[in-house]
Design a protein around this ligand. Structure first.
Ligand code: BG6
Length: 481
């Protein structure tokens, strides 16, 4: 079936940085459906040719050595531009007529909302009359942020549900499009050797870290409203938490997967009192003039999942800007052996499974081994696997997500109940933080967050695994050599 991707917010950063480069890459790999086209919608009057010329430059920049002039020339005729203001309701009729003329026959349509979120409701209403009772598919992809708290997310869900059925709505979280995030499910559910250990009997704690070196910089006006909890926790970290903690779905389909994820989020113990929040969360801020004095650019949160598998296992989540290195990783710490018969270093490093989501994508198992040519001294070594496709760069998450949206597969998109359950966890923390008199703990750029974060986790009985991603021998302890 022919398919049209309509991007609202065509002149925005996401379109040129992510969406068009992803479509170009899919075209280059011959993965797009026959008869696909892209129509960008924005207010500025532009011709198709002028828009294509702009996108050529940005696509070249963002696809690097994958950019080939001849491939671009073959791809570009499928790109079109439509000047329209989403706040003018009659625009949607004109757009519909324009799309029908371009398509010249039946075609699925995927509407991508990449404008400022303040227009989502208006666009959904405008599209309403054109997306119901058609023989061809009509889907809507909604970019983050999906609401700013539980009630705004519920409201947005209600508005979307007035015009679209849930299976037509694709709420994007680009972390789910990352190959390594998808591989968590494969690692867990396509192998028999890890899953028996994947529970409270063997796992002492789980740490999920998403640290970035980048500063807030020019995004300060957005970030001062959002802060790290809304920006990274409600969506990306909650999704990683679900992938690690969920039960095996009965089959790999969108609803079976999302049912299991929702169960995890619902089992997260709510933080009800200020005391809960004070002891289970920590917030930090690095110094940047444009940042509000009370905005958190770093957070660490301890969660408990009250179910049979995870009772008593703390999940430590943290994320920060201006950190020492970029690393998104999931670390599972196993219990120490119940009885030690060898002289062991103190403190003893437990077995660890490290899933490196990015960069240096891969998996490591850290274990004890004998130091050669000693009596029975032991040290920690690692087994490692590097996740790559024959040495090539892993595809950007948007490639997979756009393709799935074009094909109507919602497995890697968030369902309405999932988004709301995630907000239910975040809301009480954010509300308490907003009213706290003390500012966030300061931390230095290029650090691992506020100094107090080490003491905080220690008091809770844990220890951060702070390691920048260098794939080889990262976990090795050579001190015994
Ligand atoms: C976005 C956040 O959703 O994710 C940004 O708004 C953050 O603040 C980005 O930098 C991180 O994405 P990635 O793929 O670079 O880890």
């Amino acid at each position: 079936m022919a398919c049209t991707l309509i991007i609202f917010g065509a002149s925005g950063d996401l379109t040129s940085r992510k969406l068009i480069p992803a479509m170009y890459q899919l075209f280059r790999k011959s993965r797009l459906p026959k008869g696909f086209r892209v129509v960008g919608v924005s207010r500025t009057p532009l011709t198709d040719e002028a828009w294509r010329a702009r996108l050529r430059g940005t696509t070249e920049t963002f696809t690097g050595k994958d950019f080939h002039a001849a491939i671009w020339e073959a791809f570009a005729p499928a790109i079109h531009y439509f000047a329209g203001d989403v706040t003018h309701p009659e625009m949607f009729g004109r757009l519909d007529a324009h799309l029908s003329a371009l398509e010249n026959g039946p075609a699925d349509r995927v509407f991508y909302l990449s404008t400022s979120p303040v227009f989502y409701e208006t666009i959904a209403e405008g599209l309403g009359p054109f997306v119901q009772n058609t023989d061809v598919a009509r889907r809507v992809v909604v970019e983050k942020p999906f609401g700013t708290n539980l009630s705004t997310a519920q409201h947005l869900n209600d508005v979307l549900h007035r015009f679209f059925r849930e299976e037509q709505i694709f709420r994007i979280d680009h972390y789910l499009g990352k190959e390594t995030a998808q591989n968590v499910m494969v690692f867990r559910f396509a192998n028999a050797i890890f899953e028996p250990l994947w529970n409270r009997n063997y796992i002492a704690d789980v740490q999920i870290t998403a640290n970035e070196e980048t500063l807030v910089g020019h995004r300060a006006s957005y970030y001062n409203q959002a802060g790290v909890l809304r920006d990274m926790f409600q969506n990306h970290l909650m999704q990683l938490l679900c992938l690690v903690a969920m039960e095996p779905p009965v089959q790999f389909d969108a609803d079976a997967i999302r049912d299991e994820k929702v169960k995890v989020l619902r089992a997260v113990r709510p933080m009800e009192t200020e005391k809960d929040i004070l002891s289970n969360t920590l917030r930090g801020r690095y110094d940047e003039d444009s940042l509000d004095p009370n905005v958190a650019t770093y957070a660490a949160v301890r969660l408990h999942i009250d179910n049979w598998r995870w009772a008593g296992v703390p999940f430590y989540l943290r994320s920060g800007k201006a950190m020492s290195c970029r690393t998104t990783q999931i670390v599972l710490h196993f219990h120490c052996p119940p009885h030690r018969i060898f002289p062991t270093p103190d403190p003893f490093s437990p077995n660890r499974l490290l899933i490196q989501i990015q960069p240096a994508e891969g998996i490591q198992i850290h274990f004890q081994s004998k130091v050669p040519e000693t009596d029975m001294r032991i040290y920690q070594k690692s087994l490692q696997y590097q996740f790559d496709v024959e040495g090539k760069r892993l595809p950007d998450a948007y490639q997979r997500l756009l393709l799935d949206a074009l094909h109507g597969d919602a497995s890697l998109f968030a369902r309405s109940d999932e988004v709301e359950a995630a907000w239910k966890i975040i809301d009480p923390i954010q509300t308490a933080w907003d009213t706290m008199a003390e500012p966030p703990f300061p931390y230095l750029r290029g650090s691992w967050g506020p100094d107090v974060s080490d003491r905080w986790i220690q008091l809770l009985g844990g220890k951060w695994f702070n390691s920048c991603p260098v794939l080889c021998s990262q976990g090795d302890d050579t001190s015994a050599l």
